[in-house]
Design a protein around this ligand. Structure first.
Ligand code: BGC
Length: 798
């Protein structure tokens, strides 16, 4: 099931609370580790992402420069088609790579594997937001050189990346040639044995619309054939050298090069600042987009590298002020723990910070797995973090869903439903999932979006968003549920939802998936509540909503009724909530005779083998018990968890974080901690064996969930903030900051007490272990004792 955690060896990757770094170059690891390092050291601002390929461009496993939402259509071919199957997919494109700076010394190319390395350090610095490398080597002729590089993807200017390249000849004269490149290479090869990977394109995908090189600047531009997008990218350079350099620019459709040539005397240095800019647009005329690139480059050159670097530091510092989670485990493993937590948080920042107007792909912008598609991963696993640390970006992500509403209405019509049906996976709002059983059938994404919307509104207090956009999403999704389900005579008039797939993708097309029914119920109840609230308090917004949705006065009543009569499967004998109507009748999976190397099962068994067994890919009913915690008793949580946990393979990275939270809540402390460490190490220890293809952003979001909802015991149903803290025994302290309704709350925990401090805002009421705590500007801080968790339920009303 869970692969062992392989901690990165400390002599190569030493613990450091503010960086992940490799301090030795180990040639033997190149073969195995190049791909993982490209993900581990990837840089992104949520709009532009660049994998951590080495400066020389070789050796490389998966080069990747991605722009969020820059995609091409891809035909989806089926052996046998059926009505409503999507036929046009979308796939994020690899943009021209501008990081490569190849170097020759005395006519010999420099590559790390071929060089005699004297010292080496490569470091992703969480405080500066930069990827730094410092390498010294000796040529076969005994010349010592030192190369320091620094790379950043700007958080302040989302179309900009910048590199510093500093080469010094230490002990002898060296003839050097540095070729700075901007190169268009689409990956063609695809490993078809893993369905999660993105397929490559056959033939040319980016069609050149022009190239231009002048002095040390080059700009390339392209258009896509089918998705109707134009791309331009460019590079420019500023050089300061202790010696005279000759420069020459060459350029064609796919390859721009600026060649710097010169002789370095001992002790002399060349410093090159390279600026890269990427823009894309739905206007396919090349000129405007090329001008955008030129302006970004002008701006960067004018600002200068040190000011760009200073802005980067400032942005990252602001992020840590908002979002850091500090853990003190008081022993040797402490720094490692903090380092892993910060790497995960840093990834969340990289995936989201400048994503405005776009979604968050399942692998962020660190790899092409899942084709750059947006899934429910964002709403359920990442949005809570953003709602509490960066509400404007949370809002932008929900607005992106609103912008997809028309496509979702079309899709609902195509499937003969009322309302709107959001795509399981998409970039442009159209369904791009080819396998309907584990795709389109996951109707729960509609309720997941509604759930996240509610959480955003209640925690941020942004009711305006609800009026302008949210209410419309709620009406259309509630309509979908009302239409999809029916009052079943056989089930005593209960409202049943048939033919859906829940979060667990090893069980498909079932009736009454417990998670789906519960979440649909929430969706319909909330929609009815909000429609009535608008009707009562805001007649203008209500009138506009009616205009936009054609809302019938009877509809909210119908949603209430369906919610009220919602069927929730319950097995009296086992006293558990069956995952769906048929789940408990299935044969249990034969775990004892499943070889370890057959996990993940999806790569070794036909879906039918999985569907006819009690075997679970990821938290499903257990996830419902976390999200809708207040709707289950402690006893139900315990029984359900004990039933489902042994059946769960965690073949999806979205699983262990949730199991950790629920295990913690029901007092299974060791299990909670065990699962937490797996969640935390998902990428850094490459638990799934596929980190090389990109970081698992949902699992990373889940790490934050497991810390804040797990060990600090946050619950926030209906916007009521409560904590039931319970730290792992061998941790001393944990602290973090949350933004709640325009107030800033700092939470500091140890084993004996919790301290709540209101850092900003007039007042805030919260609950600690069931006790009401009122913070105000007069009394901004309160310390409360921590007692062992109470027996039943999360906490009681005071
Ligand atoms: C999981 C889905 C998830 C997708 C993208 C799949 O393996 O089962 O729940 O949305 O990965 O991360």
């Amino acid at each position: 099931m869970l692969r062992p955690r392989l901690n990165p060896p400390t002599d190569i990757f030493p613990p450091n609370p503010w960086a992940i770094e490799a301090v030795r170059y180990v040639r033997e690891l190149v073969q195995d580790f190049t791909g993982q390092a490209e993900t581990m050291f990837a840089l992104s601002n949520g709009y532009l992402g660049i994998r951590g390929i080495v400066d020389e461009g070789m050796p490389v496993r998966e080069p990747g420069t991605y722009l969020n939402g820059f995609y091409e259509h891809r035909p989806i071919s089926y052996g046998e088609r059926a009505y409503g199957f999507p036929t046009i997919g979308q796939s994020i494109l690899n943009c021209p790579d501008g990081t490569v700076m190849s170097l020759s010394v005395d006519d010999e190319p420099f590559t790390l594997p071929g060089a005699e390395i004297l010292s080496y350090r490569r470091s992703l610095d969480f405080r500066t937001g930069t990827l730094n490398r410092d390498v010294a080597w000796m040529t076969p002729a005994g010349k010592r050189l030192r190369l320091r590089t620094l790379r950043l993807v700007s958080l302040a200017h989302r179309h900009l990346a910048a590199l510093e390249y500093e080469l010094t000849a230490e002990n002898a004269e060296a003839e050097v040639v540095i070729v700075s490149e901007l190169r268009n290479d689409q990956p063609l090869a695809t490993d078809t044995s893993d369905p999660r990977l993105a397929e490559g394109f056959v033939g040319r995908v980016l069609h050149p619309t022009g190239f231009h090189a002048e002095a040390m600047r080059a700009i390339l531009s392209y258009r896509t054939a089918s998705s109707g997008l134009a791309l331009a990218c460019g590079m420019d350079h500023v050089v300061t050298a202790d010696t005279t350099l000759s420069t020459r620019a060459t350029c064609d459709d796919d390859h721009a090069r600026i060649v710097f040539r010169g002789t370095l005397a001992p002790g002399q240095t060349i410093r090159i600042h390279k600026y890269l800019s990427y823009h894309y647009s739905a206007d396919t005329a090349p000129d405007p987009i090329r001008s955008q690139v030129a302006w970004t480059l002008d701006r960067a050159v004018e600002a200068g590298f040190s000011s760009i670097l200073a802005r980067q530091h400032a942005e990252v510092e602001r992020f840590w002020q908002r979002a850091d989670v500090q853990v003190d485990a008081g022993d040797a493993s402490n720094v490692r723990l903090q380092q892993a937590i910060r790497w995960n948080l840093f990834q969340l920042m990289q995936a989201s910070e400048r994503s405005e107007g776009h979604g968050i792909p399942a692998r962020g912008l660190t790899g092409r797995t899942y084709e750059g598609h947006y899934f429910w991963d964002t709403e359920i696993y990442v949005l809570p973090f953003l709602i509490y640390t960066n509400p404007p970006i949370a809002r932008s992500l929900l607005k992106v869903r609103y912008d997809m509403l028309d496509s979702a209405r079309d899709r609902a019509r195509e499937l003969r439903h009322r309302g709107a049906m959001f795509p399981w996976r998409t970039i442009n709002g159209r369904e791009a999932s080819a396998y309907y059983a584990a795709g389109t059938a996951q109707y729960h994404i509609n309720a997941d979006i509604a759930f996240a919307l509610r959480q955003y509104v209640e925690i941020s207090g942004d009711v305006d968003f609800l009026r302008r956009y949210g209410a419309e999403i709620l009406v259309e999704t509630a309509r979908l549920w009302c239409d999809l389900g029916f009052f079943s005579d056989r089930m005593d008039g209960r409202f049943c939802i048939h033919g859906v797939t829940g979060p667990d993708e090893y069980t498909a097309i079932v009736n009454n998936n417990c998670y789906t029914n519960l979440m649909a119920r929430e969706n319909m109840r909330y929609a009815a509540e909000i429609v009535r609230m608008l009707e009562r308090d805001d007649p203008d917004s209500f009138a506009s909503l009616v205009r936009r949705t054609g809302l019938d006065p009877d509809e909210p009543g119908a949603w209430d009724q369906a919610a009220e009569r919602m069927y929730l499967p319950y097995d009296e004998r086992l006293k558990v909530h069956p995952q769906d109507d048929a789940f408990l009748d299935l044969e249990r999976w034969d775990f004892a005779n499943t070889p370890e190397d057959h996990y993940p099962l999806l790569l070794h068994y036909h879906p039918l083998n999985l569907y006819r067994s009690q075997v679970i890919k990821q938290a499903d009913t257990v996830l419902a018990m976390f999200l809708l915690s207040e709707q289950f008793t402690h006893e139900a949580k315990r029984r359900n968890f004990e039933y489902y946990d042994p059946l769960t393979t965690h073949d999806s990275s979205l699983s262990v974080c949730i199991q950790s939270i629920v295990a913690n809540e029901i007092g299974l402390r060791e299990k909670a901690i065990h699962y937490f460490y797996f969640a935390l190490a998902m990428d850094l220890s490459d638990i799934g064996g596929n980190m090389m293809h990109g970081a698992h952003i949902a699992a990373i979001g889940g790490t934050w969930l497991a810390l804040v909802y797990g060990f600090a015991g946050l619950r926030d149903a209906r916007g009521r903030i409560s904590f039931q803290p319970c730290l792992p025994e061998d941790w001393n302290r944990m602290s973090f900051t949350l933004r709640i309704r325009e107030r800033t709350l700092r939470v500091e925990l140890d084993h004996a007490a919790a301290t709540y401090r209101l850092l900003e805002g007039e007042d805030l009421t919260l609950w600690h272990a069931g006790q009401c705590v009122r913070l105000s500007s007069a009394e901004p801080s309160a310390t409360r004792a921590i007692r062992p968790p109470i027996a039943d339920g999360h906490d009681a009303e005071p």
